[in-house]
Design a protein around this ligand. Structure first.
Ligand SMILES: [Zn+2]
Length: 334
């Protein structure tokens, strides 16, 4: 089979490898579509963090069809359209999640079991929907970590694939006051399309000014935000969110910040703030697939580009262009 192999920063090549074979507890999935993740582009353009070790396959946001089923596997049949949870797809677990190998024609899923690492796609969902459940789940874990309540004012920093996943997830929960902030007008337009109640561009207006405009009767010292999901990774935006939080607010950090920031501990004490990190999706995969199934979340509008596997490096490059691209998919049928 053809598979993209990561060799280090700036070095990815498509290679011929033997087709994987299912052991007694495993299945093999023929990949249909695999999304490019921010973690993939970070390994390719910035530095080798260890999430993908050189010499390995990568890509983890995929959908496909089961083509080989081990003798001991129950309830999974050849021809079934599935998505798989990369955190549990291999015996290596979460540390191998980015090396499951979705940028390849076939993927081996070890110890395959429904609701553990394999989720059948409902008939009315497309394989494209399927490939979007993983980034949606990353965003949703950010939301769940920030514990928004129905009447809360929610702020989402960043309108990339994860921020938009968080937005659609928070709207699926029925929350009405959601502001999303990004410096790209292209991405903010997409956020409006996906149900943002308010969009904010820090290049046009300070976040504080926006809140003063929205809540003219409120004293700024009381704060405005109950729950923040940081999917941007911009220190200044996070500091604004902290300053504008209400008493008891929760802030979850999903973004891969590249720089340290200076925090004011007094803010956390005087306002009883909580800030928590959020990685992966310990419970969100079935939650988000349920949102897709019930028509509460549709992330297809985030797909801006498709590339064949032979153009994997073009796909990785496009995925970093914030003013043109949101979710880039590698299409194994192309
Ligand atoms: Zn991902």
């Amino acid at each position: 089979m053809k598979a993209a192999i990561y060799h280090g920063v700036g070095d990815v090549k498509v290679t011929d490898l033997p087709d994987p074979k299912a052991g007694p507890k495993d299945i093999v999935v023929k990949v249909a579509l695999c999304g490019v993740c921010g973690s993939d582009t970070a390994e390719y353009f910035i530095s080798n963090s260890g999430a993908v070790m050189p010499g390995n396959k990568f890509g983890h946001e995929f959908s496909g069809t089961v083509v080989d089923v081990g003798k001991e596997v129950k309830g999974i049949n050849e021809g079934m359209r599935v998505i798989t949870n990369p955190m549990t797809s291999t015996r290596g677990g979460r540390r191998n999640a980015c090396m499951v190998g979705g940028f390849a024609e076939y993927v081996l899923i070890e110890d395959a079991a429904i609701d553990y690492n394999v989720y059948p796609l409902p008939d009315h969902l497309t394989l494209e929907d399927g490939a979007l459940v993983e980034p949606g789940s990353v965003g949703m874990h950010g939301v769940n970590t920030a514990e928004p309540k129905l009447d809360d004012q929610v702020l989402i920093l960043g309108a990339g694939p994860i921020g938009l996943g968080a937005l659609t997830g928070v709207k699926a929960l029925g929350i009405k006051n959601v502001i999303i902030s990004d410096i790209s007008e292209f991405r903010l337009e997409k956020a409006k399309e996906l149900g943002a109640d308010e969009v904010h561009n820090p290049k046009e207006e300070d976040l504080a000014e926006l809140f003063e405009r929205l809540y003219p009767d409120q004293h700024p010292g009381m704060g405005y935000i109950d729950a923040t999901v940081d999917a941007a990774g911009a220190g200044s935006a996070l500091l604004d969110a902290i300053c504008l939080s209400k008493g008891g607010a929760r802030i979850s950090i999903v973004a891969l910040h590249k720089h340290a920031i200076e925090l004011e501990p007094m803010f956390f004490i005087m306002k009883n703030l909580q800030m928590k990190g959020s990685v992966g999706y310990p419970t969100e995969f079935p939650q988000v697939l349920g949102f897709f199934r019930d028509g509460k979340v549709d992330l297809k509008p985030t797909v801006t580009h498709r590339f064949p596997l032979s153009e994997i490096t073009a796909a990785l490059t496009m995925a970093t262009k914030a003013d043109e691209a949101i979710k880039v998919l590698v299409d194994m049928s192309a």
